[in-house]
Design a protein around this ligand. Structure first.
Ligand SMILES: NC(=O)c1ccc[n+]([C@@H]2O[C@H](COP(=O)([O-])OP(=O)(O)OC[C@H]3O[C@@H](n4cnc5c(N)ncnc54)[C@H](O)[C@@H]3O)[C@@H](O)[C@H]2O)c1
Length: 433
């Protein structure tokens, strides 16, 4: 029998393991058609979800309505599942080496619930080979079953873009892969019931894994090139964004912009491929160089600020700077691996007094993640302001508002190209990345 039919008839259920930015929207999408068990090891998250609240603020309360879903942190609730989807974090450790601990733990949980005829699809971002070389043996050892004979394994990379209300999981083309053509068709049919944007069947699990990781590496590298150019053009007194806009008038120039590359995807995934490459005796120099350039941008911006303060006749160690935005990107609450936090630390090494506001982030999360207190409102007067994240609430501010919270010789740093330089001219010292 086709697995999709068993799921549609609710004889078996879908289990989603890890209910974060990726897992929760996916579980809720599947719960329109199938019976779903949403499993997470964090009981506090499960409690919030049971009340119809997404702690990440990505999913609306109304999206929980009329869904056939049960949230749990009890692994014994997974026994009725026939289609497991693993969406747990794949971070790096302090040495920038992949930390596969959560993935292995989740795989062991699935292995204990696995039965003949079941499907396991991994969605977490990994390096090519990880599913078959690392996860599959754990599934076999934990279940006593044989992969591709007793149960099927697939990989379907996730492309969700937190904060994006239009490209939701149903509206992003879904890549699926499997061990053979029959199970590929079955997995494609299951995803095809909820994904409206279409299904792309990759040639193999390793190709799907590799495709996901290079999507993010390409973006990391494109931004790193612009960051390298931004440092160079800044030394030459050229406005980088004006250079890029001018170059983009050519048909085949692809506009990317400089910026802080944080978060748990673009700044992290390259290390997964680097790790695999090193194990094969290959040193991926371009990928590593790009990572290094992007990681050094907070230092460059902090030094630039100190120079500006000094040039405006201000003593940096007696100056107060307001940083607006701490999340790793615009219009979301996610603070993980924020490079703005690195920038704030850099600024403080120059003894600057730094205040931070962010109307999207939770003060508790900022304190927990970085030990940084978020102010509910700016506490003027400041000597300089850095708009570090393009939150929509910041893009509507103007020169008068910024001048109103600053002392003489106000300085505004616009790291994300939020403002038209012409609208600032003559009113304050304006610098943009
Ligand atoms: N967030 C994104 O934009 C995005 C986009 C594409 C791909 N990805 C990838 O998807 C994966 C998940 O990312 P995320 O952002 O959703 O992570 P997340 O941290 O938001 O959520 C992961 C959830 O998994 C839970 N968890 C951890 N270990 C577990 C275990 N052993 N068993 C059950 N639950 C466990 C955590 O409590 C958490 O709720 C990662 O590999 C990431 O790289 C993320």
């Amino acid at each position: 029998m086709q697995i999709v039919d068993a799921l549609l008839r609710k004889e078996k259920s879908v289990a989603v393991i890890g209910l974060g930015y990726v897992g929760l929207p996916l579980a809720l999408a599947f719960a329109r058609k199938f019976r779903v068990t949403g499993f997470d090891i964090l009981p506090s998250r499960v409690r919030a979800l049971e009340e119809g609240r997404d702690p990440n603020g990505e999913v609306e309360a109304s999206d929980f309505a009329q869904r056939d879903i049960r949230f749990t942190s009890d692994p014994s609730d997974l026994s009725a599942a026939g289609f497991f989807i693993v969406t747990v974090p794949t971070p790096i450790d302090a040495y920038k080496v992949p930390d596969l601990g959560p993935l292995f733990a989740a795989t062991r949980t699935v292995a204990n619930a696995l039965k003949p005829g079941d499907y396991v699809v991994f969605e977490s971002t990994v390096y090519p080979g990880c599913t078959e070389e690392e996860c599959l043996p754990l599934l076999e050892a934990g279940s006593g079953l044989k992969a591709f004979r007793d149960f099927q394994v697939g990989y379907s990379p996730e492309r969700i873009n937190p904060g994006d209300r239009e490209r939701t999981v149903e509206h992003i083309l879904k890549v699926v892969s499997a061990g053979d053509t029959d199970s590929l068709e079955q997995i494609a049919a299951v995803y095809g019931t909820v994904i409206q944007a279409g299904i792309y069947k990759a040639a193999s699990i390793r190709i799907a894994e590799a495709a996901k990781v290079i999507e993010n590496i390409q973006r990391d590298l494109n931004i790193s090139l612009m960051n390298e150019l931004a440092v160079l053009f800044d030394r030459m007194g050229l406005d980088t964004r004006s250079v890029i806009e001018t170059a983009a008038t050519k048909w085949n120039f692809v506009p990317y912009y400089p910026g802080l590359v944080g978060g748990h995807c673009i700044g992290v995934d390259p290390y997964y491929l680097i790790h695999k490459a090193l194990s094969l005796g290959i040193n991926p120099q371009v990928i590593r160089a790009g990572r290094g350039i992007n990681d050094r941008m907070p230092e460059f911006i902090a030094q630039k600020m100190v120079r500006y303060l000094a040039q405006c006749g201000k003593n940096p160690s007696a100056s107060r700077v307001l940083v607006m935005g701490l999340t790793f990107k615009e219009n979301i609450s996610d603070l993980r691996n924020s490079k703005v936090a690195d920038l704030i630390r850099e600024l403080r090494t120059f003894s600057l007094e730094v205040d931070v506001v962010d109307d999207q982030a939770s003060p508790e999360a900022a304190l927990g993640e970085y030990g940084m207190a978020l102010l509910p409102e700016p506490d003027p007067p400041y000597d300089a302001v850095i708009v570090a994240v393009r939150h929509r609430t910041y893009t509507t501010l103007n020169a008068d508002w910024f001048c109103g919270i600053m002392r003489d010789h106000p300085i505004l740093f616009d790291l994300m190209g939020c403002f038209d330089p012409a609208s600032m001219q003559g009113k304050l010292e304006f610098w943009r990345l």
